[in-house]
Design a binder for this molecule. Structure first.
Ligand SMILES: Nc1ncnc2c1ncn2[C@@H]1O[C@H](COP(=O)(O)OP(=O)(O)OP(=O)(O)O)[C@@H](O)[C@H]1O
Length: 239
């Protein structure tokens, strides 16, 4: 399989804190790739480096073979790297339609209403266009966030803790949604819910203290002693 994103020696320290410390990583075309690790392991910092939200200190990132290490975030979005934030980033006072329309417009979509309808359809929110975003249930707000990500027509969709705060009944629908997005869209999923990540991911990267502890299929990760000791074995609160 071909790598869509390839990071080599990616590094970001905050003072003496090695948040991301020499990470090699590859995201393969059409896969669902889980990113896990204890709280503070560097997951959010790592995807912020990939998306250009924070600058890289050293190392390189390439997208389909092109060096994007120093490309500004908005230009990475144009090239198809979309990152939905950990905190719901919808505009609560705007309608569902307008929220998705803003995302579609930002990438210069031609037929905005059609794009909005398509994105809302994919997340199962057809008919909710006129609702004020802030009045939606939490689960629907998370789906709206994904619809906004999809309206960017991403090559890669980075989801940061998408199931956080969802009711257990909503999680199955969310998993089905993520599965429906591949292989057209490649998914990088930061997820604390082990059932979700083990069930969804083709491969998982485990970060610990800013470094890669293991990469492999879910079964390999589950069986990995170092991963069990650092993360899976203990009593880790969702963060
Ligand atoms: N802007 C910043 N300034 C200083 N330290 C930071 C900054 N951003 C993150 N850190 C620190 O870097 C480390 C990695 O944080 P990060 O949020 O990337 O971890 P994480 O694996 O996403 O954690 P969680 O699972 O709790 O979301 C933490 O110790 C955090 O406190």
């Amino acid at each position: 399989m071909a790598a869509v994103i390839e990071a080599r020696g990616l590094t970001r320290h905050f003072g003496g804190l090695r948040a991301v410390d020499g990470v090699d990583f590859s995201l393969e075309h059409g896969e669902i790739h889980g990113l896990i690790g204890p709280n503070g392991a560097g997951k959010t910092t790592f995807v912020s480096l990939l998306s250009g939200r924070i600058p890289v200190q050293s190392g390189t990132i390439s997208l389909n073979g092109e060096d994007i290490t120093h490309l500004p975030a908005h230009l990475r979005v144009r090239k198809g790297v979309a990152y939905t934030f950990q905190i719901t980033s919808v505009y609560p006072r705007l309608s569902v339609f307008d929220n998705v329309a803003l995302a579609a417009q930002s990438r210069g979509a031609g037929d905005v209403p059609a794009e909005v309808a398509q994105a809302l359809g994919r997340v199962g929110m057809t008919g909710l266009d006129g609702a004020q975003a802030g009045t939606l249930s939490y689960g629907h707000q998370r789906l709206l966030e994904v619809a906004m990500g999809l309206a960017l027509r991403p090559v890669i969709l980075i989801l940061d803790e998408p199931t956080q705060g969802l009711a257990s009944g909503e999680i199955d629908g969310f998993k089905a949604l993520i599965r429906s997005l591949v292989p057209q869209t490649t998914i990088l999923l930061i997820e604390h819910n082990m059932d979700v990540v083990m069930d969804l991911a083709d491969r998982i990267t485990v970060l610990n203290f800013g470094q890669v502890l293991a990469v492999g299929a879910p079964d390999q990760i589950r069986a990995n002693k170092a991963v069990q000791d650092a993360y899976l074995g203990g009593d880790h609160a969702a963060g």
